[in-house]
Design a protein around this ligand. Structure first.
Ligand SMILES: Cc1ncc(C[n+]2csc(CCOP(=O)(O)OP(=O)(O)O)c2C)c(N)n1
Length: 638
């Protein structure tokens, strides 16, 4: 597709050559390009569409990359990528060797800080600003943060600290009244009140009064820009109380508001942090997105004309299984409560939230709080299920240890997106939860091998009332080979044998069981008949099962979808430090490599980690080869 403006813009320096009046048609093309791209790659669309004008205005006014621009979360940065040297590669977004779906430093000098987990921008920006001041470098640092991201504690820690320092940090609130689902919390209501009490179309007269309030340099330029500064108001906001100059709310899609105000912010010399409140619309300019409930937050490839997704399936995801099962259990047990940290739909809890509105709590992007609040609920005899993605639960590690495990409180952790997550890459991969949970005393950690097992483990955790428990499961669907429908209860700390063989044993934890099954079938062609076992528990491990495998097999392979330090480490610890009898068996472990695996198709990720069928088969065949080789060496030496 040809673009009359965009084709001439590769970097912000090209953009700055255009007249202010031309920014509007440029924004139309940038929006079009963003839609066209995501329709082919899938990814985050609504957030990017909501900041098209803001992205252009920021690069137009500020001297990026010398001025540092940090996009919180980074899912809204596709238009920014297009304007900052990556237009020709934008079609590779989220694909193997292509551009990343969030922001990363290694991709461009225009990306001063990697983002993907939310609410980090103000902290990182303040650090940069402090460093610049020490270096006597007067360039700007601008943090763009969403109203959803502003619900996280980290953002307040940063605001609190920045407000107390006389640093000229610029924070721009991209307020679109949306998180992924509806925004929650008192701050969200406060922002709404701020807007409704100060309509930004009828406050021109306020500007004159305002000029008296600001230091000289600031007010004069503001005054000159009065004609454009319809949106400027001030006085008594929470952000001012925190030590910021609050400006806004302004229309974040209107260049006549954005340009003069950003110029003013850039050109004034006040030594104070500045807070600019922009009102935007998620999904802006693309009707199917504007009309949809989630404003096309995250989408698969779709038809541009209709907005219809190309990949529709009736199959249930693991998250669906969790949501459905919890409803079923909650109908019979009124003590069950579900807690989400801004991921109601993603964790499959949307139906639960409608079914049991008084027993469901979305706390916002506040994983730490979600965990400690659940601990509090447990002290009162409630049965909280807190559903958080593995990668985001990393935020709440101290709460897990100090508030939950130490007090042996029966909080149930539903850990979604455990293992690889494909196109979302290493920032979102659930790599560490087995390791970081199974080293904590008083914890039970389960990993289902299929959806039926997940369903049973949810029930198992309901009956664990004397300590915390967790069950971790992946993104997407189970391919069904090992789905049985047996209803037999799971015994705590007990695994199971799936296939009984000889010589070789595979001890798998989690949903690679299907792949292990495939590997055992392949190995049969070489006359190798492995025993295949499903560990079910990462903690406590099934020591009887391990003993059986060691005593009856020469070679035991453990497999898990997680980092070193997890299940395999517990197995080795048992063998080396706890088990009384020595073993002559050889033990190998397949875990994630000691590197962050890049975004690509999950199958490629499994292959890279050695967790695909061929890698498992080869590992086992090599064992036999080595044995033959050793025997030959022995004979030759004789
Ligand atoms: C710590 C953490 N928890 C959850 C998420 C998942 N997440 C990605 S974007 C988002 C909503 C952000 O809302 P907002 O900041 O308002 O940006 P918008 O998408 O509305 O532009 C959430 C919850 C995350 N990225 N990081």
């Amino acid at each position: 597709m040809e673009y009359s403006y965009l084709d001439k813009i590769n970097f912000p320096s090209d953009l700055r050559k255009f007249k202010e009046e031309e920014l509007e048609p440029i924004s139309k093309e940038l929006r079009k390009k963003t839609i066209e791209t995501v329709s082919k790659t899938g990814g985050h669309l609504g957030a990017g569409l909501g900041v098209v004008e803001l992205t252009i205005a920021l690069h137009y006014i500020f001297n990026t990359p010398r001025d540092k621009l940090i996009w919180d979360v980074g899912h809204q940065a596709y238009p920014h990528k297009i304007l900052t040297g990556r237009k020709s590669k934008i079609n590779t977004l989220r694909q193997k060797k292509g551009l990343y779906g969030f922001v990363r430093r290694s991709e461009s000098e225009y990306d001063p800080f990697g983002t993907a987990h939310s609410s980090t921008s103000i902290s990182a920006g303040l650090g940069m600003k402090i460093a610049k001041d020490i270096n006597k470098d007067n360039s700007n640092v601008i943090c763009v943060i969403g109203d959803g991201a502003l619900s996280a504690g980290l953002a307040y820690e940063a605001l609190n600290n920045a407000g107390a320092m006389n640093k000229r940090l610029i924070v721009i609130l991209n307020d679109n009244r949306m998180s992924i689902d509806q925004p929650v919390g008192a701050m969200s209501s406060y922002l709404t009140k701020l807007l409704s009490s100060r309509s930004y179309s009828s406050i021109r007269t306020l500007v004159k009064n305002l000029t008296k309030k600001f230091p000289k340099g600031f007010s004069n330029t503001l005054y000159k820009a009065e004609e454009y500064s319809k949106g400027l108001i001030s006085g008594g906001t929470l952000f001012e109380e925190l030590g910021f100059y609050y400006l806004g709310p302004i229309d974040g899609h209107n260049f006549q508001h954005l340009i003069p105000i950003l110029k003013n912010i850039k050109n004034n010399d006040i030594e104070k942090p500045i807070f600019l409140h922009c009102i935007t619309k998620k999904g802006k300019g693309y009707k199917p997105a504007e009309d949809s409930e989630d404003k096309f937050h995250g989408v698969n490839k779709f038809n541009i004309e209709t907005g219809q997704s190309f990949s529709k399936t009736e199959k249930k995801t693991y998250s669906d299984i969790f949501g459905d099962k919890l409803i079923k259990l909650a109908k019979e047990d009124e003590k069950i409560i579900a807690v989400s940290a801004a991921m109601t739909t993603g964790t499959g809890l949307d139906r639960f939230s409608k079914y049991f509105p008084t027993r469901f709590f979305d706390v916002g992007i506040a994983e730490q709080h979600a965990v400690t609040m659940s601990a509090g609920l447990a002290t009162e005899g409630y049965k909280p299920f807190v559903a958080i993605y593995s990668t985001f639960l990393q935020r709440a590690y101290d709460q897990i240890i100090h508030d939950v495990a130490l007090q042996k409180l029966p909080v149930r952790f539903a850990i979604d997106r455990a293992g690889f997550v494909g196109a979302d890459g290493p920032t979102h991969a659930g790599s560490f939860d087995i390791a970081y949970l199974s080293c904590i005393p008083n914890f039970i950690v389960m990993a289902p091998s299929n959806q039926n097992e997940l369903s049973k483990m949810i029930e198992t955790s309901l009956f664990i009332n004397d300590c915390p428990s967790a069950f971790r499961y992946p993104r997407g669907y189970s391919n069904g080979q090992t789905v049985e429908n047996d209803k037999k209860k799971i015994e705590i700390g007990k695994g199971r044998i799936i296939i009984e063989g000889n010589d070789i044993a595979i001890l798998n934890l989690g949903t690679r069981l299907d792949t292990c099954m495939e590997a055992t079938l392949k190995l049969k062609k070489y006359n190798i008949n492995p025993t295949l076992a499903d560990a079910r528990f990462a903690k406590p491990i099934d020591t009887n099962l391990i003993d059986f495998l060691l005593d009856n097999h020469k070679f035991v392979v453990t497999i898990e979808e997680g980092s070193i330090g997890g299940f395999s480490s517990s197995v080795l610890n048992y063998i080396h430090n706890i088990r009384k009898t020595k073993t002559n068996s050889i033990i190998k472990n397949i875990v994630f490599p000691d590197s962050f695996i890049e975004h690509k198709d999950p199958n490629d990720q499994y292959e890279e980690a050695g967790l695909d069928c061929n890698s498992i088969v080869n590992l086992i065949l090599n064992f036999f080869d080595e044995k033959v080789l050793n025997l030959n060496n022995f004979i030759n030496k004789k």
